[in-house]
Design a protein around this ligand. Sequence first.
Ligand code: PMV
Length: 335
Amino acid sequence: MTDTVTAVAPANIAFVKYWGIRDEAEVLPANPSLSMTLSRCVSRCTVGLLGADAGADEIWWRGADGETGPAPRPVAEGIRAQLRRLRGAEGPALRVVTGNTFPTAAGIASSASGFTALTLAVTTLLEGEPDPGRLSVLSRLSGSGSAARSALGGYVRWPGGPDTPAGPAVQVAPADHFRLCDVIAVVDDGPKATSSREGHRRALTSPYFARRLELLPERIRTVERALWDRDFAAFAEAVETEAVDLHLIAMSATPPTFYWQPGTLAVLAAVRALRDRGVAACATIDAGPNVHVLTVPEHAEEVRRAVAAVPGVRHTIADEAGYGPYLCDDHLTPP
Ligand code: PMV
């Protein structure tokens, strides 16, 4: 048996968002959601067995500067809790070294990719490589529900709602069916003020939440059909409506949550201007100020240049539809 496993798992961007939790223990969503798994925004996680005399797990964090040191407290706590779930109280002590290729906790699904990479590495080490369905369920139990979708590549639906059993996310189309690009306009790469867990709780207090749930089944069908037909115009309209809807729920919750910053609105205006010029572009925003501008490969560089020039945009990340998590031998090492 190998004593070290490294897993790489991508972030995902939701076109129809999971917003509202109906069972916190099982991490079950109030609604179905649909996302695209990314390619370059990934987490890498190496898990190794420590010797029998090791008392406790070691958790290391590899920062964006390439330096490895003790993991920040909230990151370490989340990892320890997931280790307890996956291994139980009696399992062997483990060394975890993990990091992201993109800003952490800034609305770019770093917890989805991070927990999926951790779950894939630990499960492979202790019991053998899980299939994507099992990885989806185990990753979700970390508390990051959207991790359910990072377990698969391409375009992914996570079922949800009051009458939906607690199943895994499923792929609705592979990445190569429709090659969408995601130009991420980073307005702020610091951690967001209100966690998505808190946002999910608050969502249920919005007077518009029940109406959102009524509208979602049709919206998810529209987005799936547009992806399947490679119909960017239909896709763009539904995706932008949905993005605004999430933030409408957040802003009208008790207490209200404002994720947008002035730069967010400036990027939204720039995207509308691009579309008026005939460029295929539409915007979506997760629980943070950064804007994901979705486009097609032929327009990706024009979109990136336009968005990078918007006042308030610190930098851009060019990403695209990807193929899902995988194991590799490129291990991260502790300091
Ligand atoms: O998986 P969480 O608990 O971090 O929630 C994700 C929430 C959104 O990113 C706003 C929407 C989504 O479906 O990814």
